[in-house]
Design a protein around this ligand. Structure first.
Ligand code: SAH
Ligand code: SF4
Length: 340
């Protein structure tokens, strides 16, 4: 049985139309689920009893369970158990402007980036749309606070789970869903070029972040297997086209790996690659992990790298390091539970 939390409003409208009902029932259901956060169908007073029975028969309402929570001053990490016993993590970050959440999009990841903990564990399966939606719903219930922005930067490659991720975005963005502003939703991809083309046709104004991490194919081939399929020139063309079609600025993510991609030469080469584009670069201090032999660049090297980019007229920020003892800044979630 399909979980009701995986349905967009349009899909629920189709459901009600197929039952000979008016499509605005979908709106009422969305309000119960996401505004009142009430999944007790019997109490949905504006729907008649027979219809409530049908709904109970046709949908499941189960949500993944939070089985562990770790707290730090500015972050909280949640471990979820899914119905089939798999585990995923989400991280919440408290900012002065609100609360953001980093969600996982797959169980494991097949992209195999050399520096990434998530990729050490092969993809087991995609997450269903409802498993994405309920990460937010459950954590909002846990925090008793509203989450205002979402980054799809946890475990998994979101564009390798395209349809579910897109439905997830539609559900949380719906004004009668979780009403998370479209410009407060960021999707990070390792660079699946055909999917970037598909995404630009969707007419959704999300923020796109691309994990570039290297200024040339030689380095990128070594650290990101995906580059052997879609190289930098193909990726840059897709980014240019994305900007032209959507008129949106794209974020270029660049993880700073000591003596791999952090030299002044790399910075100049990167600036050259990005000149004149409506982008900004987010330098990510690498989170060292116990299993992988990459080291983080020194703070000074990162600052110098940023300075070179700035001098070349490239907008750049250095990502704030969250995590502390949780050691799970978004994008580097560890599969602790699996290893234990
Ligand atoms: N698969 C997508 C989204 C999830 S990873 C992607 O690769 O873009 C989110 C970001 O975290 C990516 O930029 C990824 O390269 C980065 N990342 C992975 N491991 C990291 C680590 N140990 N420290 C810092 N950033 C890391
Ligand atoms: Fe997958 Fe992203 Fe990690 Fe690469 S960096 S292995 S794409 S989660």
């Amino acid at each position: 049985m399909n979980s009701i939390y995986g349905y967009t409003k349009e899909q629920l409208e189709d459901y009600f139309l197929s039952k000979g009902e008016k499509k605005f029932k979908a709106l009422q259901v969305f309000e119960w689920l996401y505004v009142h956060k009430n999944s007790d169908v019997d109490s949905w007073s504006n729907l008649k009893k027979e219809l409530r029975e049908e709904i109970k028969k046709d949908f499941s309402f189960e949500v993944p369970k939070i089985i562990r929570e770790e707290r730090d001053t500015l972050t909280r990490k949640y471990l979820f158990e899914l119905q089939d016993g798999e585990h995923i993590e989400s991280v919440v970050m408290f900012h002065d402007y609100g609360i953001s959440i980093c969600v996982s999009s797959q169980v494991g990841c097949n992209m195999g980036c050399a520096f990434c903990e998530s990729g050490r564990r092969k993809k087991v399966r995609n997450l269903e749309a409802y498993e994405l939606v309920t990460q937010i719903l459950e954590i909002e219930n846990n925090l008793k606070e509203r989450i205002s922005s979402v980054v799809i930067m946890g475990i998994g490659e979101p564009l390798d789970n395209y349809d579910n991720v897109l439905n997830f975005i539609r559900i949380i963005n719906d004004a009668k869903g979780l009403a998370i502003g479209i410009r407060h939703i960021t999707l990070s991809t390792s660079g699946l070029v055909p999917k970037i083309y598909q995404l630009m046709q969707e007419k959704i104004q999300i923020n796109l972040a691309v994990s570039l991490h290297a200024p040339n194919d030689e380095i990128r081939n070594k650290i990101m297997k995906v580059n052997q399929v879609y190289n930098i020139s193909q990726l840059m063309r897709a980014i240019k086209d994305y900007i032209a079609v959507t008129s949106r600025r794209v974020t270029i993510e660049y993880v700073m790996l000591k003596e791999i991609n952090d030299s002044k030469k790399c910075a100049l080469e990167l600036a050259n690659l990005l000149h004149g584009l409506n982008i900004y670069v987010n330098l990510i201090p690498y989170n060292e992990t116990s299993h992988i032999n990459f080291s983080k660049s020194d703070a000074k090297t990162i600052k110098e790298f940023a300075k070179v980019l700035k001098e070349q007229g490239i907008n750049v920020t250095i990502r704030k390091e969250f995590g502390g003892k949780i050691s799970a800044a978004c994008g580097q979630l560890r599969s602790k539970e699996v290893e234990e």
